[in-house]
Design a protein around this ligand. Structure first.
Ligand code: G3P
Length: 222
């Protein structure tokens, strides 16, 4: 399973990259706004800055909602850097655009997916990635993981090439559950990735090993 980081924060992207487990980045307009990135030129430069930190795919979201606008914006985003994946909303004009981009060999990420039917449409249209938002389903008392299982099952049954990119992840348990479900990618906040490290028995065990080592080792144990 690939790990993407779901942020536009450059220092968090660098930290995840330095950890050595990062496969890509997803952003969205809310995440860009959170970092205070405003103005078209600054937004475009920010995407390039992200691409220069990581080696994998970087999702950049279109703001247009009509077919012509999505195509123009998507082609401009894709021309910024070879790692850019055009993020397209799950709307009728978006589905048409996914097919257009697929025919042109431009990678896409179909976002704001909340049902298996929407995921089926995205796959039929040739999306590279589909982004089901599991945390936002949990927020309204639906089981987001059920949707991940459903989409993985449908895609495997028909051998669709679209990769399941589990999004709106809130916790390390979400990441593990997505791995169990067979999601191709999990896009996560840095905190959820770092929380995977934690286990009290690891801390207790390491502390004991280091205190025992002091009994025989010349190495200075800090
Ligand atoms: O990038 C899309 C998605 O991951 C958003 O997550 O936490 O805003 O629901 P969240």
């Amino acid at each position: 399973m690939k790990f993407f980081i779901d942020t536009a924060n450059l220092s968090q992207i660098k930290e995840a990259q330095d950890l050595g487990v990062l496969d890509g980045v997803t952003t969205n307009p809310s995440l860009m706004a959170k970092e205070g990135i405003t103005g078209n030129d600054n937004v475009l430069k920010h995407y390039v800055d992200i691409c220069n930190i990581v080696t994998g795919d970087v999702s950049a979201e279109v703001l247009s909602t009509d077919f012509k606008g999505i195509i123009e914006e998507g082609e401009m985003l894709a021309s910024l850097h070879k790692q850019i994946v055009v993020k397209v909303p799950m709307i009728k004009e978006g589905v048409k655009a996914l097919k257009y981009f697929s025919n042109k060999g431009i990678k896409t990420n179909c976002t704001l997916v909340f049902s298996a039917g929407q995921a089926l449409l995205a796959a039929k249209a040739g999306a590279t990635y589909v982004s089901p938002f599991l945390g936002r389903l949990d927020d309204i008392n639906l089981d987001g993981m059920d949707l991940i299982h459903q989409i993985v099952h449908i895609y495997r049954t028909y051998d669709f090439g679209t990769q399941v990119l589990a999004a709106s992840i809130r916790s390390p348990l979400h990441i593990v559950k997505c791995a169990e479900a067979g999601a191709d990618v999990a896009t996560c906040p840095l905190s959820a990735i770092l929380d995977l490290l934690k286990h009290p028995l690891t801390d207790i065990g390491l502390s004991k090993f280091l205190s025992d080592a002091k009994k025989f080792s010349d190495v200075v144990v800090k």
